[in-house]
Design a protein around this ligand. Sequence first.
Ligand code: AMP
Ligand code: ZN
Length: 479
Amino acid sequence: MTLRLFDTLTRRLQPVEPLRDQEIRMYTCGPTVYNRVHIGNFRTFLFEDVLRRWLERRFERVVHVMNLTDVDDRIINNARESGHSLDEETAPWIAAFFEDRDTLGIRPAHHYPRATEYVAQMVELIERLEREGAAYRREGSVYFHIPAFPAYGRLSGISADQLIAGASGRVDADDYTKEDVRDFALWKAVAPGQAGWDSPFGRGHPGWHIECSAMSMTLLGESFDIHCGGVDNIFPHHENEIAQSEAATHKQFVRMWVHSEHLRVDGEKMARRTGRFLRVPEVLEQGASAAALRYLLAASTHYRKPLNYSDEPLAASREAVERLVSFRDRLRELQPSGEDEDTELADDAVLTAVRQARTGFDDAMDDDLNLPEAMGAVFASLRDINRVLDGAPSGGEALHAVRSLLDEVDDVLGVFPLVDRERELAGGLDEEEESLLQQRAAARQARDFALSDRLREELARRGIDIDDTPGGQRWKRSA
Ligand code: AMP
Ligand code: ZN
């Protein structure tokens, strides 16, 4: 089966066929670094990570670019208020972003271009748009002229009339200087003394949209394969990126647009603006493990469905991770048996289950990156395999096949390295204590609370206090 993804522009599943032989070039809109990003942003970044990982399985080479928006009005204002340069203002947020990315096991992009380092390319692109008659200057700013790009609106399906109606409700100062209220800024003039760049249009700073057009085309070429972001990026950001890029190059900008749905809280998009948001360190402080959070955001719900953040799905994700980890632990302890008839039969059953899991996983992933369904296939097979292993010993080949399956699955899911890191950090627990802790997790999963209480007492006798949280059991040495 070939990989198909839902393309926002054509509104249907499309096969992923690289423009260049065996190479996928992908651009994902990165964070605006005026604050620490929240776990809603990370839902999108994790979807992109899973996509990247799966593309790497399907194609020889993937080039992934994620921009960092390190200049916009908010950043400029914050810098002015705190007496910082733009760099000083954004450096801690960029560092925090990379830290959270690593906490969640996201593979680093190959390039993280910063808007402030590509101003020359943006100016060049704006001049090109002027030559094409698609941009005009007004009082030191430059605007894109939407009527010059008749295909405008194809991505979002928003018609020109709707745009005008939408715009009339929020006319801000610069709307009066534009030829058409729909037009958007490519370059924004700044008052003397404010942070900005000198340009042929006067002193100013680039608009947000032009940044992504300039950086993606500089690093990936004028036409590339995949562009991603959250659904809120469709309009106006990506619509404007298409207009700017295609009006300049007269080539198709992007082959495929892939957008992920939002993380919500109480049914509403998680957003910094509303104040109802959580960041990665806060979720971990509340007791969740990084692996459970990664599973929740990446694997519990298909990327095109909204996900509501709450304790319940977080606990379910923790259980899913625990099931995988205890299966892996069990496999580690198993020794291959000698050959006999029972073993042969058991091995056949194990190998069949492994094949089913692999086919189920691959098919679901190829079908619009359906990781929840893919994991469903894996868990169904693990149940079968566990049953076989309970009944009869297995030979080396079967055990090896199961281990490879787990490695392949986690190459995409990416939770084992996070669990291993946590165990390492937890250090200090000896093997026996570690095993008691695991037995207790298993007992709780099996709802055997009597056993779980006995294990808690046993651990307390050894000086280890347990706290049960929605993210799993936490332990600490008693004072
Ligand atoms: P921003 O810094 O606001 O430009 O957002 C960076 C990325 O996070 C974009 O791709 C957004 O679409 C995405 N994003 C923002 N809020 C959410 C949310 N609540 N759920 C999922 N993705 C989001
Ligand atoms: Zn962007």
